[in-house]
Design a protein around this ligand. Structure first.
Ligand SMILES: Nc1ncnc2c1ncn2[C@@H]1O[C@H](COP(=O)(O)OP(=O)(O)OP(=O)(O)O)[C@@H](O)[C@H]1O
Ligand SMILES: [Mg+2]
Length: 422
């Protein structure tokens, strides 16, 4: 076993996971508490029972809008019986909350997130105005920076919507990559959010004909500095994963080759950052006209994250559904190992209906890798029998009638059953 494997195995002994999850007025749950162990957590139940909602609530312990990418107001619990079309009846106007006790390398912390009324209108990523904002509490202290959560917890999720990740527009692929960057660079989340905010303002000013050169130029300067930092962080992460995958290819899941397709990223191959910043300023200035004419715009908010099935020399979008899922799993496993190795703490996996599209060999391989890597993985399914092979190492919960019941626990502690190879 080489030094890297030894090192990783050593680090994986240090656990990271959620010990207790508490939800209040979160979608279909009025209140819910789950005491979780550091192992695969299989959440099963009928369609519509509330499995994905649990994973989504955990995803709000990371910066952003959760694994469904929704508006904060969608999460408020409403009572379906008295909701009629056009007029929804909410139990509470505001107070949904997610709280978690987590363990990170032996240290416990409490993380919580909720919405709060804001005195001024806040614009979300889609340009919608709202008077609600998400607040975060870390060990009881309120912080306005969602990105601070990244110091304590790291999440990787795979959802059924991501089965189409490689086929549609580039935004979800960029978001997928950006989430992987957060794990290494907490400030990346803040930079991306700031860039998007400035970009919307710049775009709106131009569209509204407010062509104050001084104001637009100052936005362009800020955007180009942030944009180059974003591009540099994405390049670094892509290179890091490619190097790791080349050194440690998976034995079951296909080897991937990752690439960035973006003008600013390409410029960084050729020129130093300061020069690219100036180029970006010029680019933005020249694109003011494109905004007015509704023409295409270039920049870090257009960059694409390209994935290739290396052995087949095939772009991911041309692979089969099951192959695309396997490529995603391959990236996820590489990121999990790479992150554990370089950051010193393992991510928590949120795997929504992950067994869909995988053949038996791939499903079993994924499960044994999750067990051997000693990761906490929250896995939803409508069919718990698919997880029989890891029954004695997993915790099973059944979801029904807006409640969650623990059905079984792992037989042995994960340390006892963990194997050395991955
Ligand atoms: N804001 C809300 N208030 C109350 N209930 C909600 C709210 N949003 C969603 N729901 C309900 O929560 C239920 C559970 O949804 P969820 O997506 O978690 O189901 P699931 O168990 O993952 O189902 P599937 O197996 O179909 O994926 C759905 O019936 C949905 O209508
Ligand atoms: Mg679901």
């Amino acid at each position: 076993m080489d030094a890297l494997t030894n090192n990783l195995n050593e680090l994986l002994r240090l656990k990271s996971g959620i010990q207790r999850l508490t939800l209040t007025d979160y979608r279909n749950y009025s209140s819910l508490r789950i005491d979780a162990q550091n192992c695969p957590i299989i959440i099963y139940g009928e369609n519509g029972s509330g499995k994905t909602n649990i994973l989504e609530s955990i995803s709000f312990l990371a910066p952003g809008r959760g694994l469904r990418g929704v508006k904060l107001s969608d999460i408020k619990r409403f009572i379906p019986q008295i909701a009629s079309l056009g007029e929804m009846s909410f139990v509470t106007p505001l107070n949904w909350a997610v709280a978690a006790e987590i363990i990170n390398n032996g240290e416990t912390h409490s993380l919580a997130t909720a919405v709060e009324k804001s005195t001024r209108a806040i614009e979300d990523i889609d340009g919608n105005q709202s008077f609600e904002r998400r607040i975060v509490k870390i060990d009881g202290n309120k912080t306005s920076l969602q990105s601070d959560l990244g110091k304590y917890i790291s999440l990787i999720w795979l959802t059924p919507q991501m089965d189409r990740l490689f086929r549609g527009g580039s935004q979800p692929r960029r978001a997928f990559l950006d989430r992987m960057v957060y794990a290494f660079d907490n400030d990346h989340a803040k930079r991306v959010a700031n860039f998007e905010h400035l970009y919307r303002e710049w775009y709106r000013l131009i569209k509204e004909g407010k062509l104050d050169n001084h104001w637009l130029s100052s936005l362009e300067e800020e955007m180009s500095a942030l944009g180059v930092a974003i591009a540099a962080a994405r390049r670094e992460q892509t290179a890091r994963l490619n190097t790791f995958i080349e050194k440690e290819p998976d034995d079951v899941f296909p080897t991937v080759q990752l690439e960035l397709d973006g003008l600013i990223e390409r410029e960084l191959d050729k020129s130093p950052a300061v020069k690219v910043e100036n180029l970006y300023i010029d680019l933005l200035k020249s694109q003011r006209r494109n905004v007015l004419n509704n023409n295409n715009l270039e920049g870090v908010n257009r960059t694409d994250f390209k994935v290739y099935h290396k052995k087949k020399f095939m772009p991911a979008e041309m692979c089969s559904t099951g192959e695309q899922k396997s490529l995603l799993i391959s990236i996820m496993l590489a990121q999990a190992k790479c992150q554990t190795l370089y950051k010193g703490f393992a991510p928590i996996l949120l795997l929504d209906e992950v067994a869909a599209h995988l053949d038996d060999i791939k499903r079993e391989a994924l499960l044994s890798k999750v067990v051997n890597l000693n990761l906490q993985a929250w896995i939803t399914t409508t069919d718990p029998e698919l997880f029989d092979s890891i029954k004695s190492e997993s915790q099973f919960f059944e979801v029904k009638q807006n409640s969650v019941y623990q059905i079984s626990q792992p037989m042995a502690k994960p340390e006892d059953i963990r194997q050395t190879a991955f």
